[in-house]
Design a protein around this ligand. Structure first.
Ligand SMILES: Nc1nc2c(ncn2[C@@H]2O[C@H](COP(=O)(O)OP(=O)(O)OP(=O)(O)O)[C@@H](O)[C@H]2O)c(=O)[nH]1
Length: 234
């Protein structure tokens, strides 16, 4: 506001101008503060996004670790058990075929006793690699503990399940297992293959059948595959 003269009106105009200037400065300061706050908020948002991505990755990693066998890198018993229930229910509902295969290394205790626990571990790890190379992505392979492994083969009838097990046995027995002292070991397996049939109503019954077939392979002299269908070995 233009100020001229020296009367009360001029005083008022001077006061008005001072107030206006002060308001303007306050406004500029506020603007600067808002801008800083905005920038800080953007930084915090960015940081939050990074942190939540890290958290997601950590959750995924811990889930993977909880369902992975650390020695072989295959799935563990927990993963297989968690999945068998739903695969079993789906196969029953859609009348699909399904095989459960159980595998046990022959005379594994002898390998440990003769060559040491570390050599036994190497054999299990190499067997894990053979298993990984010889199973389909749609199948589930797991180390159940010790020298025992299991496989869920969805949409697989008994005859095909047996071929899968026999191929794995053949590849294992023709493989040279090199242990840390440089020696080469030959390894054989016993396997049991159970097919889901009308007389099997539960996951436990399917396990029981596969276990019975595996035991039969051991009983018949190991280094072989036994199938079971409706309580008959084949
Ligand atoms: N190296 C190693 N050995 C293990 C591990 N877990 C279990 N074992 C050993 O695996 C051996 C399993 O032997 P068994 O299955 O009882 O018997 P086996 O000698 O394989 O005999 P059959 O199965 O009857 O042919 C035991 O000596 C266990 O101590 C492991 O993570 N690493």
């Amino acid at each position: 506001m233009q100020v001229s003269g020296n009367d009360e009106l001029a005083d008022l105009a001077n006061i008005f101008n001072k107030v206006q200037t002060s308001l303007y400065m306050h406004q500029q300061q506020l603007k600067a503060r808002v801008q800083i706050a905005d920038e800080n908020l953007t930084k915090v948002n960015h940081e939050l996004t990074l942190r939540s991505k890290e958290l997601e990755q950590m959750v995924a990693l811990s889930q993977r670790l909880a369902t992975t066998d650390s020695l072989t890198g295959l799935h563990n018993r927990r993963f297989l058990d968690e999945n068998l229930g739903s695969v079993f229910a789906q196969a029953k509902r859609h009348a699909d075929s399904l095989c459960l295969v159980l595998l046990d290394v022959d005379f594994f205790k002898q390998i440990n006793d003769e060559h040491g626990h570390a050599a036994g571990d190497v054999v299990l790890k190499l067997l894990g690699d053979l298993i990984r190379w010889n199973t389909r992505d749609s199948d589930i392979s797991a180390r159940m503990g010790g020298d025992e492994f299991a496989f869920i083969l969805p949409r697989t009838p008994a005859a095909q399940g047996k071929v899968f097990a026999e191929n794995l046995l053949e590849r294992t027995r023709s493989h040279a297992f090199v242990i840390p002292n440089g020696k080469i070991l030959k390894v054989t397996l016993s396997l049991g293959v159970a097919e889901l049939s009308e007389d099997i109503y539960s996951v436990e019954a399917l396990y029981g059948a596969a276990d019975k077939a595996l035991y039969e392979s051991k009983h018949r002299g190991r280094n072989q595959v036994t199938g079971i269908h409706k309580n008959e070995f084949f």
